[in-house]
Design a protein around this ligand. Structure first.
Ligand code: ATP
Length: 380
């Protein structure tokens, strides 16, 4: 097992684009250090550079500049097969003509490990992944989930210093993905190998990670624990990428000590206005998560008046989609008690109905509309 350190890694791909910003795509100035044994998830939208970064760590791609360390060792010039990392891809890449047992043992055989050790490792790994009854089958006789477990098993059997997983669950259907995700979590607890996991799925990131690295267009937006990223996003992109539904972002205009959103207005204390250096007519993006909006027909101040455009009942939770001044917001109601309170006033939430929403200012975020940077709560 080993730590992994990236020092100012950049990878520029020349493109045919004409503007300077678009001319080079790739990743830019990425630095972080993953302590030995931690599970880190790289997350971000398509094209943000997740796979490129993973391939650079694996040695499958060279960085344009910067250093990669695995443990104490600088590995920039070390070929992939000598880095002692195991990579699992979304397409499994099993050898089709070999049985499961042969697939599991192949890497060890290539490294000259003796037969009895190989057999013992195959047995142990197959048992921990619950594929021990499949050892004589060929990959085409396995389901997608079973194939993916063999691919993981092949990586584990090698006992690498580092695991690199590139969207390993994305080919599985929803149920299997949930199961395999929990298995991966348990497996990491058992083997404790430093793991870097790439996904664009924020649920996977939130459930698996010790720390999440949010990437956007080749840059790091934020690194933090799932809780930090969810509750203290530094930036609008992070706030809207992590969390389901995404954080509501409501454009507002500052006017006479109020944030005005169409006909609704939220009061802003003079102290806060001074702290944020707000000026008349300044546009701001207000951010509030769906679970912190409450239906409050009695409220008279700090209310948002919205019109329902959709109601999704999801068992214990009800997700209401509504519009305010042309912006769609989501309201997540846990039933009971909120839903019952709503029911006593209005028998059922109906499309077209108006709702009065309240929220506590302590759950409010304010973002700069042009840069997306968080203005409130202030960044230190
Ligand atoms: P996805 O989730 O879609 O797999 P990603 O976050 O893994 O995306 P990368 O595959 O790392 O993104 O790509 C990052 C950027 O670099 C993209 O803009 C991509 O088009 C570009 N890119 C990647 N490989 C090359 C290449 N060989 N030549 C030119 N551009 C490339």
């Amino acid at each position: 097992m080993s730590s992994v350190k990236l020092e100012r890694i950049s990878r520029k791909f020349a493109t045919a684009a004409t503007t300077p910003e678009q001319r080079f795509m790739g990743i830019d100035d990425i630095s972080f250090e993953i302590p030995d044994g931690e599970f880190w998830v790289l997350v971000g939208p398509s094209g943000c550079g997740k796979s490129t970064l993973l391939r650079i760590i694996a040695g499958l791609e060279a960085a344009t500049s910067g250093n990669v360390y695995i443990g104490e060792r600088l590995v920039n010039q070390v070929p992939a097969r000598q880095r002692d990392v195991a990579m699992v891809f979304q397409n499994y890449a099993l050898y089709p003509h070999m049985t499961v047992a042969e697939n599991l043992g192949f890497g060890m055989q290539m490294r000259g490990i003796d037969r009895s050790t190989i057999e013992r490792r195959i047995k142990d790994v197959a048992k921990s992944l619950q594929i021990d009854m499949l050892l004589d089958r060929k990959p085409k006789q396995l389901s997608g989930g079973q194939q993916q477990r063999v691919a993981l098993g092949r990586a584990i059997a090698r006992s690498p210093q580092v695991f690199l997983l590139d969207e390993p669950l994305s080919n599985l259907d929803a149920g299997l993905r949930d199961n395999t995700r929990s298995e991966l979590q348990q497996l990491h607890q058992q083997v404790g190998i430093t793991t870097i996991y790439v996904t664009h799925d924020c649920t996977e990131a939130m459930t698996l990670a010790d720390r999440i690295v949010v990437l956007d267009r080749g840059y790091i937006k934020q690194i933090g624990t799932p809780q930090e990223i969810y509750h203290h996003p530094l930036d609008r992109m992070v706030a809207t990428f992590i969390g389901t539904p995404p954080m509501n972002i409501i454009p507002a205009i500052y006017q006479d000590r109020y944030w005005q959103i169409g006909d609704s207005r939220i009061s802003c204390t003079p102290e806060l206005a001074a702290k944020l250096q707000l000026h008349q007519g300044q546009g701001l993006d207000l951010g509030i998560r769906a679970e912190y909006l409450t239906i409050d027909p009695e409220a008279t101040a700090n209310i948002l008046t919205v019109t329902i455009i959709g109601v999704e009942t999801q068992g214990r939770e009800t997700l209401i989609k509504a519009q305010i001044n042309g912006t769609t917001v989501a309201i997540n109601l846990l039933a009971p008690p909120q839903w019952l309170a709503l029911a006593s006033n209005t028998p059922r939430a109906q499309i077209g109905q108006q709702l009065t929403l309240g929220f506590s200012l302590e759950w409010l975020f304010i973002f700069d509309p042009s840069t997306g940077r968080r203005l409130f709560p202030a960044l230190h």
